[in-house]
Design a protein around this ligand. Structure first.
Ligand code: DOR
Length: 287
């Protein structure tokens, strides 16, 4: 499935592939109230990866539900809505607004955006993380995923905390906080000075985090971070992921997701493995 924020097709004239081939579509995080996001420049391409400081521009949950959600629903794939709050109460309000909507398959709580001026980032503060997840849990019976940050001493402990507070799955990981300087202007390359690093540099960080999360928590872990080849997909499954999300690879190649789905099919066929479930069973046996 696409990682949140990397598959914004509601403004695009047409998708280059049939979205129904995806396991699900995760939409860009939506906030309770409308907000503009961070000042430009918001993206810097560096040799080590992409740094973004988008800052979650959002139409607010009401406009999202009325105007944007129907566009995603029409694509024919299960829709996962990512929400970002500024307090546990806001997470509960966001989730409550989505709770009655049949078209919403699951809700991903974005607790880990590196580009928001929080008092505290929920994914970096166990008590706040648990408060946010528990309040959201109280507002819906829909599956709730907690999206975690790599910028903590132990992603595993955060995954375990999310599980205890009622999360049904963890999405591991968001981008990692980073900065790049333009050596001609001697100034940071992005307006907010720092942003979140994504792309291949994130893969080893994601693998360690997914491994850590699956060894601390007993809920499914959705692996995301730096995947661009079928070998990367298999590696993230081997680290313990139950599913994978693709982000930055789709910026460089809009056909990355259908390509990877096709390559994974061929990989499994070549190895004589009938399904992803069988691959995961093989991984479990080998460890
Ligand atoms: O790297 C990120 N950028 N992670 C998020 O969760 C949100 C996004 C943004 O809008 O800044």
């Amino acid at each position: 499935m696409p990682a949140s924020g990397t598959f914004d097709c509601h403004n695009a004239p047409a998708l280059p592939f049939d979205a129904a081939i995806l396991g699900a579509i995760v939409v860009k995080s939506v906030t309770l109230h409308p907000q503009k996001g961070n000042p430009p420049p918001r993206l810097a391409e560096t040799p080590s990866g992409l740094i973004n400081s988008i800052g979650i521009p959002s139409p607010g949950i009401d406009v999202f539900i009325q105007q944007i959600l129907p566009v995603y629903t029409a694509l024919g794939s299960p829709v996962i809505v990512s929400v970002a709050g500024y307090s546990a109460n806001e997470y509960a309000e966001l989730v409550a607004a989505l709770d009655g909507l049949k078209s919403v398959e699951a809700i991903e709580l974005n607790l880990s955006c590196p580009n928001i001026r929080y008092h505290r980032m929920p994914a970096q503060d166990k008590d706040l993380l648990q408060e946010c997840v528990a309040m959201a849990r109280g507002a819906t019976a829909k599956p709730l995923w907690a999206k975690l940050s790599p910028d903590v001493p132990s992603v595993g402990e955060m995954a375990q905390a999310a599980e205890v507070a009622g999360a049904d799955a963890c999405t591991v990981i968001n981008t990692t906080s980073a900065m790049m300087v333009n050596i001609h202007t001697l100034r940071p390359m992005i307006g907010a000075t720092r942003g979140g690093l994504s792309g291949p540099a994130l893969l080893p960080i994601a693998l360690a985090a997914v491994w850590d999360a699956t060894h601390h928590a007993n809920i499914p872990v959705i692996g995301v971070g730096g995947i661009s080849t079928v070998e990367d997909v298999v590696a993230v499954f081997a680290a313990g992921a139950s599913a994978v999300q693709i982000g930055t690879a789709s910026f460089y190649d809009p056909m990355a997701m259908p390509r990877l789905i096709g390559e994974l099919d061929r990989y499994l066929k070549d190895k004589g493995i009938a399904s992803i479930e069988e691959l995961k069973a093989k991984i479990r046996q080998s460890q």
